[in-house]
Design a protein around this ligand. Structure first.
Ligand code: XIL
Length: 340
């Protein structure tokens, strides 16, 4: 079992949706057997919990929390602030107004799950994908509304006050790429220098089939090299069976041709390459004590977000196939004797 193989090192998580655990589904059985952590794929984000100012909908987040707790499964909170899921009401008014609304929201959400959610992604994707302009900060709706990166501090400070024992994370993608990583580390070092309460660094690791695990592990090592004792979490791992150029992600053009809707149409060599990447990652994580949580972004290929991002196209990026059968990647990370 996956969770047992890594029990001495870190919890192994999956991103899930409430529908997967709402009844006695096959997904629920696999989750309970194989995983020791879950992340809400979207049901703990602000547009779900607080679509309108002043009223909360806890139904979905509570359902996930309660099921996990009843089954001895840890919960990673994701995410208190993300530019893509911020309802418009947050960002109206002066910076002082925005600060008050953010503090209220973070306080209410973190307090509700205090002592139950052991780690929160406090801010998600605040680093810029390019230099110049507002770099190292993303030129986001938050940055525009506040006028600088101060909202990051506000979110962390409110979270720490609401649950002092909760581990507080910053989270981002493409940390395996040196230029993005440098901007991310600049933000992190700056937060540390100013005493902002940051406990750890999240690496999404949404990888492609041509990825070299060494690049991802270099991101962990770069955080360790700060010497600040930060933890590292691999927060959203998947390995696309495609290799797409930048313009595919930017504008949906020149994306790799689809393998279609039959999992068997993906060449065995592709599943083998994917398995090598997963094994390389997990082996590297085990070697690094600062890695304290590892999560894959979905349970099985039938429900991956990559089936609709960056374009609508079947993808097969996870450990279980659409029929919930274990793939070579699963065997590669659970059985050292498995020959890829
Ligand atoms: C994605 C979910 O998978 C989708 O279901 C949702 O519609 C949008 O968000 N980076 C993140 C995640 O931090 O929250 C995103 O999850 C994927 C990219």
């Amino acid at each position: 079992m996956l969770r047992e193989v890594y029990a001495a090192h870190f919890p192994v998580g999956a991103a899930i949706q409430r529908s997967q655990i709402a009844s006695a589904t096959p997904d629920r059985a696999i989750l309970a057997a194989q995983f020791s952590s879950i992340t809400a794929e979207y049901e703990m984000k602000p547009d779900i919990i607080a679509p309108t100012q002043g009223s909360y909908d806890w139904s979905r987040s509570d359902a996930l929390m309660d099921w996990a707790e009843a089954n001895g499964i840890a919960v990673r909170g994701h995410a208190l602030l993300w530019h893509q899921t911020t309802p418009a009401w947050f960002l109206s008014g002066s910076p002082a107004d925005i600060r008050a609304k953010l503090q209220q929201y973070v306080t209410d959400v973190v307090s509700r799950y205090a002592g139950r959610i052991h780690a929160w992604d406090v801010v998600n994707e605040v680093a810029s994908d390019s230099g110049g302009g507002t770099a190292p900060y993303r030129d986001s709706n938050w940055y525009q509304a506040v006028g600088n990166g101060d909202y990051i501090d506000w979110a962390f400070e409110a979270a720490r006050a609401a649950d002092p024992a909760c581990k507080l994370f910053i989270n981002d993608y493409n940390t395996e790429l040196p230029a993005k990583r440098a901007r991310y580390l600049e933000i992190i070092a700056d937060l540390l220098a100013r005493g902002v309460p940051l406990d750890g660094v999240g690496h999404q690791f949404h990888l492609q089939i041509n990825a070299d695990p060494a690049d991802s592990l270099a991101a962990i090592d770069a955080v360790d090299a700060l010497g600040a004792g930060l933890e590292n979490h691999a927060t959203e791992i998947d390995v696309s069976v495609y290799s797409d150029p930048g313009e595919c992600f930017a504008g949906g053009v020149n994306c790799a041709a689809s393998y279609g809707s039959q999992a068997a149409n993906v060449p065995a060599s592709v599943y083998a390459a994917q398995a090598q990447i997963y094994r390389g990652l997990f082996d590297g994580f085990v070697q690094r004590p600062s890695v304290t949580s590892v999560t894959v972004w979905g349970l099985h290929d039938g429900q991956s977000w990559l089936n609709s991002f960056p374009v609508s196209r079947n993808n097969y990026p996870l450990l279980f196939d659409p029929d919930r059968q274990p793939k070579p990647a699963f065997h590669a990370v659970t059985d050292p004797a498995y020959v890829i």
